[in-house]
Ligand binder design. Structure first.
Ligand SMILES: *Cc1c(COP(=O)(O)O)cnc(C)c1O
Length: 365
């Protein structure tokens, strides 16, 4: 059977390996498996969320509130924007998909960083759009601007902080860049890890409000999957000028967020103490990764996120290391597929990180 030809160039997204797979493949007990592969919050989520969700499980039979009023009100208060500036997706992934279908099509161009979140390219290819990549590993805005002038892309993605490298763009430089972009080009600022960056360094902090008010062609993306610890609930959002949001709404399937997920996200947003604790603990533990890398003489990218990227020397192969760790019940992310001899490790709890150091020390040459 023939399928759309533009699907041929798509490499299926490989998600972080679930614990269940390691149980099956290696016969390791679930309690002995540590997953540091998908940048989830190692502290789980706020206990207030668990209480709230368990109180409404009986509502499962009914369709969710499709206006999503409770969550929209919570988000608009948190970010000081209006409800009409917000669209909620099943993860911010779904908002990326809406954006692509709203703006890109066969033959149009989408500009992304050479190493960045894989879903931009996959969704671009869904609609047959052409991907243009920079050469630099870190976002180089001069290079972005030169490629923008040469190709006039429909969409530009800026991922700050960037996944899978962890570096972040200077907020002032990003705004100066956007100011030079024509209003017909959509600039996507993916802030999946912005809570971490803003905690670590004020000069990296970008808010959806300042972007939206200054630029009609920017959309800010956020997610509950990382700092809020709700990866399993699938809730993300886009915040932009009303004119953009109205178009995206045309592509949204009804009831795209479940009743339980809407409740979870609303309550999660109200417990900023939990988020603050998670952020502080993450960067305290990250110091240990920096010391470990120094002691092992391997490069670590300065990270503004909840993960670290360890760049291996020639004596070590990232795929082999990731596999050896996996056999021992430690799931990390091999970045070979991104063209890097590196592994990405989510900063876990103190105990999980200690286990990683012990195993990696044993395996590194
Ligand atoms: C995790 C992540 C997302 C979105 O995750 P969802 O779970 O779909 O909300 C978006 N962008 C980047 C860079 C990410 O790492």
């Amino acid at each position: 059977m023939k399928f759309n030809q533009h699907l041929e160039g798509i490499k299926t997204y490989e998600a972080g390996k679930p614990i269940e797979l390691v149980v099956r493949e290696f016969g390791i007990e679930p309690k002995d498996i540590i997953k540091l592969a998908s940048n989830e919050n190692p502290h789980g989520c706020s206990t207030k969320v668990q209480e709230a969700v368990s109180k409404i499980v009986a509502k499962m039979a009914l369709y969710p509130d499709d206006s999503m009023l409770k969550l929209k009100n919570a988000l608009s208060a948190h970010y000081d924007v209006q409800n009409e500036n917000i669209i909620i997706g099943a993860g911010s992934d779904q908002v990326i998909e809406f954006l692509m279908h709203a703006k890109a099509h066969h033959g149009t161009k989408v500009l992304i960083n050479s190493v960045t979140f894989a879903m931009y390219e996959i969704y671009a290819k869904h609609v047959g759009a052409q991907i243009i990549k920079t050469a630099s590993q870190e976002h180089n805005l001069d290079e972005f601007y030169a490629l923008y002038q040469e190709h006039k892309p429909e969409i530009i993605f800026l991922c700050t902080p960037n996944n899978p490298t962890g570096d972040a763009i200077d907020a002032k430089a990003l705004k100066e860049f956007v100011a030079k972009i024509d209003e017909d080009t959509l600039v996507v600022v993916d802030g999946a890890y912005m809570e971490y960056a803003a905690h670590k360094d004020e000069t990296k902090r970008l808010t959806p409000k300042e972007l939206m008010e200054a630029y009609k062609n920017v959309i800010y993306l956020g997610t509950f999957s990382k700092a809020y610890g709700l990866g399993g609930m699938r809730v993300g959002y886009g915040i932009a000028d009303k004119a953009i949001i109205e178009q995206l709404y045309k592509l949204r399937p009804p009831f795209n967020i479940t009743t339980l997920s809407l409740e979870a996200a609303s309550v999660a947003l109200s417990d900023q103490d939990f988020v603050a604790y998670s952020l502080a603990d993450c960067f305290a533990e990250m110091k240990r990764y920096e010391e470990f890398a120094k002691a092992q003489k391997i490069d670590i990218i300065n990270s503004y996120t909840n993960f670290v990227t360890l760049c291996l020397n020639d004596a070590n192969d990232s795929s082999k290391l990731a596999y050896e760790l996996l056999k021992r019940g430690m799931i990390v992310r091999d970045l070979k597929g991104y063209g890097l001899n590196a592994i990405r490790v989510t900063v876990g709890t103190e105990q999980q990180n200690s286990r990683f150091f012990a195993l990696a020390q044993e395996l590194l040459n």
